[in-house]
Design a protein around this ligand. Structure first.
Ligand code: ADP
Length: 171
């Protein structure tokens, strides 16, 4: 698997699947979630609403992932995953790693070869970037997925720099 880092807006990526840092309601929110729904249009939230009604009455659990159409985004699918809120008193890193693993499982089931990820949980959910980068990069490498390319799309130059340093440090 090739791992590529870019700085940019994930809603502009021409890829097979874009991963959304959603919340468990699947009904949209701020940050990358808001950007994906704004740019992707109402088709995505309509499918999310149907998923809530059929499979996830209580919401999508933290660490899990599910796919919908990508609407008007230049991608085929959006894979929604729910990152954990960062906690200083409780180690939730297994849940953050699970977001990446489960998203890649969904991508494998879809046959997606090129998948773009944001830095899940590092915005509104406050996960420190360096720790989140280490967890993310380790999880995708160890996932054993058939995805050919994982593209991390970092919104800020600071996030890009942290991912670059972490990738180098992991060797
Ligand atoms: P969470 O609730 O999981 O923390 P956020 O959307 O608040 O999710 O933040 C996750 C990361 O996504 C943050 O690093 C934020 O800077 C970044 N982000 C926000 N908008 C975009 C975008 N359009 N493309 C890529 N990354 C984005």
């Amino acid at each position: 698997m090739k791992i590529v880092l870019v700085q940019g807006d994930i809603t502009e990526q021409r890829v097979d699947a874009v991963v959304n840092a959603a919340n468990s309601s699947l009904m949209g929110g701020g940050g990358v979630d808001g950007a994906i729904h704004r740019r992707g249009g109402p088709e995505i939230v309509e499918e999310c609403r149907a998923l809530r009604a059929s499979r996830y009455g209580k919401g999508l659990p933290t660490g899990q992932a599910v796919a919908t159409t990508a609407g008007r985004l230049p991608a085929r699918w959006v894979i929604h995953t729910v990152g954990p809120v960062y906690s200083r008193s409780e180690d939730r890193s297994h849940l953050l790693a699970s977001c990446y693993r489960e998203s890649l499982k969904v991508a494998d089931a879809l046959g997606a070869g090129l998948v773009a990820f944001p830095a899940v949980s590092t915005g509104i959910y406050r996960w420190p970037l360096d720790d989140a980068a280490r967890i993310a990069l380790t999880a995708v490498r160890q996932a054993g997925s058939a995805v050919a390319e994982v593209r991390f799309v970092l919104f800020t130059s600071a996030a890009y720099a942290v991912f670059e340093d972490t990738l180098r440090a992991l060797g």
